[in-house]
Design a protein around this ligand. Structure first.
Ligand code: ATP
Ligand code: MG
Length: 406
């Protein structure tokens, strides 16, 4: 049927062995497939294990006690073992792609090779079980050795079927430190405009994986290949005008955290601090980011150049103005070691850095005679600024004494 390569036995997790073994005992074929095979061959730890089988979804459901219909229309059933879920997908041929995103229909098949053909890249189109060994009909092993991303079949056809694959090519190159093979690159350049058909959520997921990868500087490719222009045209203009090399170098030096990496990536946005914050917020909304990430990254871009003071009272006031929640990120971005040391000292000393940490609260003030309403907030704020200057004043006694003086 296919080329079998002389390779040492691949170690499979117990659950995966069990699922494959069980399917085979029932007379079906079953293999670990895709990313888990690729990662194991590379000596990386797979994120998850996918299984492909000749059994139909109904047959899979009959064999395993606990299953969930996670994608039954595509032939995927999740088999639950202990608390772990494994996606078991029936060999499948994708029908015509009508819109550059989804196949119109899927058809099940009994032929593993047909299933491997529908997959995106040669390195993602290998299957393995102990009985057959490695099934590698498109020379995925060769491409792993040459460290390159190459489409299964004709690149232009494959990107026309599903435009997201173009971004996935760059994402895998960045994760693995691979290059993209020449005809695959040409096809991306030619078909980049099709990326506009893909949902922003799916684009975000790939872009995030790319940015938090081991080679985030490869994000350059989304600009040079014309992909960014389709999704974030304004950002592509900023990129052209910016010192891109500097941003790419900083990306590599930044810890692989999405908030930090996106802040550095979007640091090509220029303007006043407020303009930067709003533009950044716009880009993240466009990518359908959650509120937390949007809020943090846009505020970080606003305050990115804040010159943090090394004078404790002044630094305390700055922290209140910037927001203590984003401070740890800001310190990292600025590699502001001295300010970080001061901040750590202040935390160790228990210095008050917010109204919440004052030794009194609104209710205390009202009981002490402050009029309910705006006056309470104002009084608390005044106390905060006093305490920021001199943390020793943050006692109940001291603060209430202030009220009485008024
Ligand atoms: P990751 O480590 O990110 O999970 P992965 O290779 O497992 O990498 P998935 O997105 O989980 O990637 O997809 C699993 C497998 O399904 C891929 O290895 C590939 O064979 C196939 N696949 C996924 N998305 C596509 C696509 N858009 N077009 C063709 N095949 C795809
Ligand atoms: Mg996966």
């Amino acid at each position: 049927m296919s080329e079998r390569t002389e390779l040492p036995v691949m170690k499979l997790p117990e659950h995966v062995e069990y699922i494959i073994g069980n399917l085979m005992e029932h007379g079906y074929e079953a293999y670990a497939v895709g990313g888990c095979v690729r990662d194991t061959l590379l000596g990386r730890t797979p994120g998850d294990w996918d299984i492909t089988t000749s059994a139909s979804p109904d047959e899979v459901k009959r064999i395993f006690r606990r299953t969930i219909d996670t994608g039954i229309e595509h032939g995927t059933v999740t088999v639950m073992l202990d608390k772990c879920g494994y996606e078991v997908t029936t060999y499948r041929i994708d029908g015509e792609y009508e819109d550059g995103r989804h196949p119109k229909s899927v058809e099940f098949t009994k032929n593993l090779v047909e299933d491997l053909k529908r997959r995106d890249f040669t390195i993602n189109a290998m299957a393995y079980n102990h009985q057959t060994g490695l099934v590698d009909v498109f020379d995925g092993i060769g491409d792993l050795k040459r460290k390159r991303i190459r489409c299964v079949g004709e690149a232009k056809e494959r990107f026309t079927e599903d435009a997201l694959r173009m971004l996935r090519a760059v994402r895998f190159a960045a994760q693995l430190g691979f290059t993209i093979e020449e005809s695959t690159l040409d096809a991306i350049r030619a078909l980049a405009p099709n990326l506009s058909k893909i949902s922003r959520e799916r684009i975000q997921a790939e872009l995030t994986k790319l940015l938090v990868s081991a080679h985030p500087q490869m994000v350059e490719k989304i600009f040079s290949l014309g992909l960014a222009k389709q999704v974030l045209p304004e950002l592509a203009v900023y990129y052209e005008q910016s010192d891109a090399q500097d941003m790419l170098h900083r990306l590599v030096r930044t810890e692989a955290d999405p908030i930090l990496r996106y802040t550095v990536f979007l640091s090509i946005v220029e303007g006043t601090p407020q303009e930067r914050r709003e533009k950044t917020r716009g880009f993240l909304r466009e990518l359908r980011f959650d509120n937390h990430t949007t809020d943090f990254v846009s505020r970080l871009s606003e305050h990115r150049d804040a010159a943090l003071s090394l004078d404790k009272p002044r630094l305390r006031r700055q922290i209140v103005e910037i927001g203590e929640d984003i401070l740890p990120y800001l310190l990292q971005l600025q590699q502001a070691e001295s300010a970080e040391k001061l901040y750590r000292q202040m935390k160790a000393d228990g210095d008050c850095l917010s109204v919440k940490e004052l030794a009194v609260n609104g209710r205390d003030l009202i009981e002490a005679g402050v009029k309910q309403g705006k006056a309470v907030g104002e009084a608390l704020n005044e106390m905060l600024y006093l305490v920021l200057n001199n943390p020793q004043l943050n006692t109940r006694e001291n603060l209430l004494a202030l009220v009485k003086e008024e």
